[in-house]
Design a protein around this ligand. Structure first.
Ligand code: PDD
Length: 278
């Protein structure tokens, strides 16, 4: 049976139990990380731990673990033969009574499990997406476990036969329900700048680094919804789905309805970069 990590122990998943008084369960009071691992090697671990520490600081918590402490926790969960990801969740912990204010003495609940990365079916044909109003809160830079906004938006997209929702605020594109968004406009790759409106994606950083290193023109800038609709390419990017080209947005085809050449180039660069780290 699958083994998971819970508060210092490795347990069969069925034996890993958390109190119903845990603040993660009662309030969604916690944060998480999703860290890919290729052939058993954690991808950009230091970047993920930096973002984890930022999320913890954002909810007024801290965990005194180094990157190698985290690596030592995650490694026993990984298998070398598969592409996998670590899901790490940290909640404020168990408190004896339900009260909105932070408990005085509390020990964080730390949980980690490993799941397989299943390549996204249809990646090379492209996906459909739906634009929706961004109804989430104002601290989207924190990777909070409280994901109701995101899941309702993703489900609305799924209900209409789309694989992702592209979130829009005041006429500008923000990010996907669980991804960052990119567009190619007049030959330039554009993605919205980091702010409290988006999760600072690690895949997003890697894409921009690959563009810079390979002379692909890019900039971090706001994107109007109208500009997105007439872009020559639109993509979404995340650790678990990597980079997916969008070929249909709100029922209208993007460009010629096929994944674009800049996407193909960046995807090839990403696959080569992943292999170079093994
Ligand atoms: N989500 N924006 C949001 C809202 C996300 O949920 C994610 C990833 C990203 C991309 O971040 P990264 O490239 O670091 O995966 C952007 C993960 C995969 C999840 O919630 O499962």
């Amino acid at each position: 049976m699958q083994k998971v990590f819970l508060n210092g122990d490795y347990l069969p998943i069925d034996e890993a139990k958390v109190s119903v008084l845990d603040r993660g369960f009662l309030f969604g009071d916690g944060i998480y990380e999703v860290i890919p691992a290729y052939a058993g090697r954690l991808f950009r671990l230091a970047d993920h731990i930096q973002r984890l520490n930022n999320s913890l600081a954002g909810i007024r918590m801290s965990i005194d673990n180094s990157v190698s402490d985290w690596e030592a926790i995650f490694n026993p969960l990984l298998e070398s033969s598969k592409d996998q990801y670590i899901y790490l969740q940290i909640t404020r912990g168990y408190a004896p009574k339900r009260d909105h204010g932070f408990p005085e003495k509390v020990i964080p609940t730390i949980f980690a499990m490993c799941s397989e990365i299943v390549p996204f079916a249809g990646k090379f044909n492209g996906i459909k997406a739906l634009t929706l109003d961004d109804t989430r809160w104002q601290l989207c830079n924190i990777k909070a476990i409280t994901l109701l906004g995101n899941i309702l938006l993703r489900q609305q997209a799924l209900d209409q036969g789309c694989a992702e929702a592209i979130l829009v605020k005041n006429g500008y594109v923000i990010e996907g329900a669980a991804s960052n968004v990119f567009a190619v406009i007049e030959g330039e790759l554009i993605t919205p700048p980091k702010s409290n409106e988006i999760l600072p994606g690690i895949t997003r950083d890697v894409i921009l680094e690959l563009a810079a290193a390979n002379n692909i023109p890019y900039r971090e800038d706001i994107i109007a919804l109208e500009a997105l609709k007439s872009a020559s390419e639109v993509w979404v990017a995340s650790s678990t789905r990597e980079i997916l080209p969008i070929v249909e947005l709100d029922g209208e085809v993007i460009a010629d309805g096929k994944p674009g050449e800049v996407w193909l180039k960046i995807d090839q660069l990403l696959q080569a970069y992943k292999k170079s780290l093994l």
